[in-house]
Design a binder for this molecule. Structure first.
Ligand code: ARG
Length: 586
């Protein structure tokens, strides 16, 4: 494992050295390097420096350029405009850097210097309830963040904070006690669909009785108390609901081609033993106060429409604990027992106020301090084609499974049309990889905080910013290898590069920086944008730089094949970080 400095960082270093050699009075000034369309890079740092030193920026720039020793990385440095540096690197430096990347399993991407422990809360559906598109977003974005963070060397602990606790279980369990065989299945394995439909049936049936029968309602309330106080029979039935739901959850996660491990499923119930203490500590420290019988935390800047403060309720007046008490206990567990230095919550933006209040409460209580970052990676709403929150024609929330099935169907049709020589089994396999990839990519390619339109036609389109486009670019590279008969990928740093080769090469070199950025800012869409651009740069390269026909000189063909191969590996690695497959053939 050898990490490879990017050309940008090499250039940045050379310039910084030249700056401090030629202008010692500048101290360690930042050359402010960035990518540029005019040259490979542009450095703007001299402008600010000139202001500080009260000098002429162009003269200072000339001095800096003169202080750069002969080297084989920087080909041309032009002082332009008021004192920018336009920098072009040598073709040789590009190919050598790429060769170093190709020699490494991690494509030369370094581990982060300040890696720590992140506890990530994502993929958190609710027991006895259908999963919807909101759960899709949390799962998809969360899984991508897990991969991206782990790739940078971060220790990642996953927590699936499923909704498995609360008053609704009183009703469900009571109904099951009174109708004991409702969750029994006849023989054989239960499918996710079957599990969910029996839960749905039970939910509806118990709701009907609950709403119409006061005595049942009272028995259900007592059942909640029995559950919270740990009554064994009640807990055993509760467990049945959880297990049945997990069959369903796992089947959906399976469809999503996503690995969820049972020990990481620590739902709301997992913090039950801590709730009392959490409330006691809050009350003793004065962070929470009694108000109208409830235990509440108040905030100066959180007010309801009537102008009165809206508190965070940690314990209700009837003694029940809610969502907030659980989340506060989870913070204590994650910081104190799991030693997290980052808490990341991949949760719908509509819960932002909840998290703002929970984090602030935890800070006041001292459970969060300067050493721990608590962040909600808040995501927007999934909209239908009409721009309104995604609903069925009948106005119901769309079942996630139906959506996924439809995406796979559409993608399978696209695959079938394109690849005439695939077997039915291959078509089905690729169809699933393309369809699920399309759904994930559509979610990951826009900034998470924005709402996005769920438009299957657009998602499985071969043109434009889609995963299919990227998957095709990848498969096309693989097919070149089939046709290249005997030519092997070999880097040739001595060759002059065509513009499309340079552009592709420079972009390949930015992979590590992109991953680091996506990890640091919790923005997987930056990686998606990078991969899309990589694919389109490859498409241009493929048009302009033939490998096989018309045949270029052998070294040129080898070098192109080498660049193409590194492109395929980078696409594969990048898509894997997003949780998307890159089939060898499509
Ligand atoms: N189960 C919740 C829902 O479906 C999401 C849980 C989010 N995580 C948390 N720690 N509160 O909306």
């Amino acid at each position: 494992m050898a990490s490879v400095p990017s050309l940008a960082s090499t250039v940045q270093q050379r310039l910084a050295d030249a700056l401090s050699a030629s202008l010692p009075e500048a101290g360690s000034a930042d050359p402010l390097l960035r990518r540029s369309d005019r040259a490979d890079f542009q450095a703007n740092g001299i402008l600010a420096l000139a202001k500080k030193l009260k000098g002429n920026p162009r003269e200072l720039a000339d001095k800096v350029v003169a202080a750069i020793p002969d080297n084989d990385v920087l080909k041309e440095i032009e002082v332009s405009g008021p004192g920018f540096l336009n920098i072009t690197v040598t073709d040789e430096a590009i190919v050598r850097t790429l060769a170093a990347r190709a020699a490494d399993d991690r494509l030369g991407v370094p581990h982060s210097a300040d890696a720590g422990t992140t506890v990530i809360d994502y993929a958190q559906p609710n027991v006895a309830k259908e999963m919807h598109v909101g759960h899709l977003r949390s799962a998809v974005i969360g899984a991508a963040m897990v991969e991206i963070l782990e790739f940078t060397g971060e220790k990642v602990i996953r927590r699936h904070h499923i909704g498995d606790w609360g008053t609704q279980f009183g009703m469900l369990i009571q109904y099951l006690i009174e109708h004991p065989h409702e969750l029994d299945h006849q023989g054989g394995e239960v499918s996710g669909e079957e599990a969910m439909s029996s839960l749905n049936r039970l939910y509806k049936a118990s709701r009907t009785v609950f709403d119409s029968d006061e005595e049942f309602k009272a028995r259900s309330r007592d059942r909640v108390v029995a559950l919270q106080s740990g009554d064994e029979e009640t807990l055993a039935l509760w467990q049945k609901f959880v297990d049945e739901s997990k069959i369903y959850f796992y089947s959906v996660f399976g469809k999503l081609d996503m690995e969820i491990n049972d020990p990481d499923v620590v739902g709301e119930s997992g913090y039950n033993d801590m709730l009392d203490e959490t409330c006691r500590l809050l009350e003793e420290s004065g962070v929470a106060v009694r108000s109208e019988g409830a235990l509440c935390v108040f905030f100066d800047d959180v007010k309801g429409p009537d102008g009165n403060p809206t508190p965070l309720i940690v314990k209700k007046s009837n003694g029940g604990y809610g969502y907030a008490a659980t989340d506060l206990s989870a913070i204590r567990d994650r910081v104190q027992n799991l030693a997290a230095d980052t808490l990341l919550y991949v949760v719908d933006a509509r819960q932002s106020l909840h998290f703002k209040m929970v984090f602030e409460t935890a800070r006041r209580a001292g459970w969060l301090n300067d050493k721990v970052d608590a962040v909600q990676l808040a995501f927007g709403t999934v909209l239908g084609k009409d721009g309104k929150p995604f609903k069925t024609r009948e106005g119901e929330t769309v079942r996630l499974v139906d959506l996924l099935d439809e995406a796979v169907d559409r993608a399978t049709a696209v695959v079938r049309e394109k690849a005439k020589d695939l077997t039915e089994a291959e078509i089905a396999e690729r169809g699933a990889q393309v369809g699920i990839g399309a759904v994930k990519y559509a979610d990951l390619s826009t900034s998470a905080s924005r709402d996005y339109k769920f438009d299957l036609d657009q998602m499985v389109s071969l043109n434009g910013d889609t995963s299919v486009y990227i998957q095709y670019a990848h498969a096309r590279i693989k097919s070149i290898f089939g046709k290249a008969g005997g030519i092997e990928p070999v880097a040739h740093p001595e060759l002059e590069l065509a513009p499309a080769e340079r552009a592709l090469g420079l972009h390949l070199d930015r992979f590590g920086e992109t991953v680091a950025e996506a990890a640091a800012s919790f923005e997987p869409h930056k990686l998606a944008a990078y991969l899309y651009q990589l694919s389109s740069l490859f498409t241009t390269f493929y048009d302009q730089c033939p490998v096989v026909k018309p045949a270029p000189p052998r070294e040129v063909a080898e070098n192109r094949l080498f660049i193409a191969d590194l492109t395929a590996r980078t696409l594969h690695q990048g898509m894997a970080l997003l949780g998307i497959r890159t089939p060898e053939r499509l």
